[in-house]
Ligand binder design. Structure first.
Ligand code: ADP
Ligand code: MG
Length: 278
């Protein structure tokens, strides 16, 4: 069984090599709390992939497993593997993962409130010693002109501006891949549109691969090419953004707008879990 799957995997990766491959990972916090239970996903190079799911599904944990930030919360990948550019990165220190080219934009923005935008941006370039930092600051201000106008402390920026600064700071690391945790959180519908348009532009112009975690499935599927839906630490469905948008169950649970996510895919007779990863 295992051999056949390995063969299938190798054939498919030859066609579209993913820059990031998460293979059947388990994550445990504090040695006992099992949160991810065999999660797998692929992110093709240069793509935007959405990781969707209700609160508590394990989306942030997945991003922290990839960026190595789990370590700072006493979490650990106890099974499976994470490959970036073909190399294992699970268990590596977060700073080394940044140097390999992955930058995580944390949930809740996490900018440094008592520094200016400019200082926050310079902080994002901490791994760099090249001469391109000033030019990249200009580039970030081009994407987010209002950050340039606001010269005061970042703590006084609006929620939308802080989100923009957090994304700009990630760009300063010149990453190959950005992990974004709920960039729409707390933003007005208009600002969500604006921020997502910029996410799309960054992906298109700079070729940065993006793994986008969202509870706002509609916004995420409008920019992603592919999506995964998680429940209770596992992927329960995946497909192209179009397939997911057209899927009746996805419409009901994630695109309905009511925000009632007490129902679960697991309880659906019509829903058959794809056995790809088993
Ligand atoms: N540092 C932690 N220690 C223990 N449990 C955690 C920790 N972080 C998250 N969890 C638990 O893991 C589960 C998934 O959380 P999380 O990954 O934040 O989900 P999501 O981002 O999808 O809302 C939740 O039940 C949460 O309580
Ligand atoms: Mg989260």
């Amino acid at each position: 069984m295992q051999t056949i799957e390995t063969q299938i995997d190798q054939t498919s990766t030859a066609a579209t090599a993913p820059i990031l491959a998460v293979r059947n990972i388990e994550v445990v916090y504090d040695d006992v709390i099992l949160v991810l239970r065999g999660l797998s996903l692929d992110v093709p190079k240069g793509s935007i992939v959405a990781l969707l799911g209700a609160n508590g599904a394990g989306k942030s944990t997945t991003l922290k497993a990839i960026s190595g930030l789990l370590k700072t919360e006493d979490g650990e990948v106890t099974r499976g593997e994470i490959l970036f550019d073909g190399e294992r990165i699970d268990g590596i220190d977060p700073e080394k993962i940044v140097r390999r080219g992955i930058f995580q934009v944390m949930e809740g923005r996490r900018i440094v409130a008592d520094m200016t935008s400019l200082e926050n941006l310079r902080l994002g370039a901490f791994t760099r010693s090249d001469g391109g930092i000033a030019a990249d600051i200009d580039m970030v201000f081009n994407y987010f002109p209002r950050l340039k106008e606001r010269t005061g402390l970042a703590g006084y920026l609006s929620g939308g501006e802080q989100q923009m600064l957090a994304i700009g700071r990630a760009l300063m690391a010149r990453p190959k891949m950005i992990l974004m945790d709920e960039p729409s959180m707390g933003l007005s519908p208009l600002l969500v549109k604006e921020v997502f348009a910029i996410i799309q532009a960054i992906n298109r112009d700079l070729g940065v691969t993006i793994l986008l975690v969202e509870q706002n499935a509609r916004a995420a599927l409008s920019v992603a090419s592919h999506g995964y839906i998680m429940e209770q630490g596992k992927v329960v469905l995946d497909g192209t953004a179009d397939e997911l948008r057209d899927n009746e169950d996805v419409k009901e649970f994630y695109l309905g707008g009511a925000g009632d996510q007490r129902k679960s895919f697991k309880n659906l007779k019509s829903f058959k879990r794809r056995k790809r990863w088993l």
